[in-house]
Design a binder for this molecule. Structure first.
Ligand SMILES: NC(=O)C1=CN([C@@H]2O[C@H](COP(=O)(O)OP(=O)(O)OC[C@H]3O[C@@H](n4cnc5c(N)ncnc54)[C@H](OP(=O)(O)O)[C@@H]3O)[C@@H](O)[C@H]2O)C=CC1
Ligand SMILES: CC(=O)N[C@@H](CCC(=O)OP(=O)(O)O)C(=O)O
Length: 349
């Protein structure tokens, strides 16, 4: 008989949390038994999200680790940064498996977190314990782990697009420039002047240039892949779509490689990994082609004239960039097939 794991979601009233509810509703071996809220405990979750009417009739639970343990075996933390660092120790002490979707346990150096997030970092013990859940790169460490830190949305698209070429030495990692764009749901459900319809619609704006909190996360993994300290330029832009991230990356090549060389390198690197799809020569992915799905699609454009390659990588920020990747990690933590409950087709158009 198949095991059914009971899951709780802290931050269930946010976009990441509600996406976990949507995706887990179709998972054959997970049941969401507790939806948790710090501000609306006791209210029905469908009150704030009418699309859940008659799908979830339960009331929101308080943020109480002992209560969560009485209802669940695993807990997803989908809260703004600064909260999981405080919650994870007591949840782990209760014996729960924990998947943190926030940035609190991704950076292994406390000082880096303080610098970029401008908040109190988690204790070193928990930073050491948390496995960085970019499973196509660190899958072996995720398998069987009790505590996983889910990668950021931008780093997921970016790193899946860069790691194979950096590891193989096809590109000079010091030359990489990353130009990334995100849909507005990446900023969460909270109200913010800059995210109003009139501010976003028919607009396209750069933000947090050279200050984005995902810069050290990207550099941490590139440094690991290159075997030497790598710093990079990473620019973020907000675009008038709801879901989707496109990361366009430029790098100097170390030899005279062709598109076919990159395609075959990446197909080999991701062999057997269902969620990364490498495009044919001369075609590049669009955000709609992965929308609502756990896929990351990647395409290449080698320019023999400049000696540079352009790599285009797209994901749905709420799925592969958050809830879908978190479920993929849960599948690995439980020793299941990583695609369980996640093999859905993108929503198109
Ligand atoms: N949106 C995205 O595409 C992605 C988001 N992430 C990360 O996932 C996390 C969640 O993001 P997202 O869902 O977009 O954010 P939202 O702002 O939409 O939701 C966050 C939720 O956290 C809850 N919360 C706030 N304060 C507390 C607290 N003190 N204790 C417990 N819960 C609290 C709130 O619910 P309530 O008031 O009911 O408690 C809120 O609904 C963030 O760290 C984000 O950076 C990562 C990748 C992609
Ligand atoms: C569009 C938009 O505003 N996106 C957010 C993504 C935030 C996020 O996911 O933050 P952590 O991964 O660090 O928790 C941003 O750029 O800050």
């Amino acid at each position: 008989m198949n095991t059914v794991v009971k899951a709780a979601i802290i931050g269930s009233t946010g976009y990441g949390g509600v996406e976990l509810i949507r995706l887990l509703a179709g998972h054959p071996q997970v049941e969401v038994t507790s939806v948790v809220s710090s501000s609306s405990a006791g209210a029905p979750i469908a009150e704030g999200y009418p699309h859940l009417t008659e799908i979830r009739t339960d009331l929101l639970d308080d943020v109480d680790p002992a209560l969560i343990k009485s209802k669940a075996d695993v807990v997803f933390i989908a809260t703004p940064s600064g909260i999981a660092a405080k919650l994870a120790p007591s949840l782990l002490a209760e014996g729960l498996k924990v998947i943190d979707l926030s940035g609190d346990h991704r950076l292994k150096e406390r000082g880096e977190y303080e610098t970029w997030y401008k908040k109190q970092p988690a204790d070193q013990e928990y930073l050491d314990k948390a496995v960085f859940g970019l499973s196509e790169v660190y899958g072996e460490s995720v398998r069987g782990a009790d505590f996983v830190s889910n990668p950021g949305c931008y780093p997921t698209a970016t790193l899946l697009g860069l790691v194979p070429a950096v590891k193989a030495g096809f590109i000079d990692p010091a030359s990489i420039i990353i130009d990334a764009k995100s849909g507005v749901s990446g900023a969460g459900r909270g109200v913010n002047l800059g995210h109003h319809f009139a501010e976003i619609n028919e607009n396209f704006k750069a933000y947090k240039l050279n200050q984005h909190q995902h810069i050290p996360e990207i550099e941490q993994v590139l440094t690991d892949a290159a075997g030497r300290k790598i710093v990079t330029t990473f620019s973020t832009q907000l675009i008038p779509i709801t879901r989707g991230i496109m990361s366009t990356m430029y790098a100097g090549m170390t030899g005279t490689y062709t598109n076919e060389d990159f395609i075959s390198l990446y197909r080999n690197y991701y062999e057997g990994r269902h969620f990364v799809r490498i495009r044919q020569d001369g075609t590049w992915p669009a955000t709609k082609e992965v929308s609502g799905s756990n896929y990351c699609d990647i395409g290449f454009a080698v320019d023999a004239r400049t000696g540079r390659v352009t790599i285009v990588s797209v994901i749905d920020n709420l799925v592969k960039g958050a809830a879908g990747q978190a479920i993929q990690n849960l599948n690995l933590m439980m020793g299941w097939d990583e695609t369980l409950g996640l093999r859905f087709v993108p929503v198109y158009p």
